[in-house]
Design a protein around this ligand. Structure first.
Ligand code: FNR
Length: 186
């Protein structure tokens, strides 16, 4: 059994998504003792409080259970119009319920953004921090992983830029150490 079970969530639905590719590369490259499953947000309906009251959709229940069953979440997202994609905000809204006692409450989160732009999604990254604080998630403060110019760093659905992958794996190491130091693991 691995020491840590992480959940990677992509903020892009695109088939050839750079962000999903980054997560799959990370999944293949995890150090011993850490496993990660990768999830996309296909099938998550628009958040609707009536729908929630009448019966939470199965895809949302599965999404919430996946978060609940993980030791930590790695969000890997593009930036759309200087913010996070709507599908990711929508999924986080579902995951944030019930307020203050949701699967996101106290959940360790590492944020990664990647973009073909020079800025690498920094504005989405900042927005995500604010939104995750609002649902009491435990976002790792440092490092903040940004992968700029990502189109030149992906080949065959995998991140092939060694410097980016090292940066990412160092961040996962810091994330794992932070999770391991939490009271329920020590
Ligand atoms: C973008 N893109 C983009 N990139 C960026 O760095 N900052 C931005 O504000 C935006 N805005 C934006 C809006 C919309 C509606 C789209 C469709 C795209 C470009 C974006 O980073 C690029 O399409 C990535 O390839 C998306 O990530 P995936 O799908 O490759 O993971």
């Amino acid at each position: 059994m691995p020491d840590l079970n992480l959940l990677g969530i992509s903020g892009s639905l695109r088939r050839e998504s750079s962000n999903t590719s980054v997560l799959h590369t990370l999944q293949d490259s995890m150090p011993a003792g850490i496993e990660m499953s990768v999830l996309t947000l296909h099938g998550i309906p628009p958040y609707d409080q009536d729908l929630e009251r009448e019966g939470v959709p199965r895809t949302v229940q599965e999404f919430r259970s996946a978060i609940e069953g993980s030791d930590g979440v790695i969000l890997c997202s593009p930036e759309y119009n200087c913010g996070m994609p709507g599908v990711l905000k929508n999924a986080l809204d579902w995951a944030s319920r019930p307020a203050f006692a949701s699967p996101m409450t106290g959940k360790p989160v590492l944020i990664v953004t990647s973009s073909p732009a020079f800025t690498g999604g920094v504005r989405a990254q900042a927005q995500l921090r604010e939104v995750l604080a609002g649902m009491l998630a435990r976002v790792i403060v440092w490092p903040q992983v940004v992968i700029p110019g990502v189109y030149g760093k992906i080949e065959g659905g995998r991140l092939v830029d060694e410097a980016s992958l090292k940066f990412l794996l160092d961040a996962v190491g810091a994330f794992a150490a932070e999770i391991a130091a939490l009271p329920r693991y020590s």
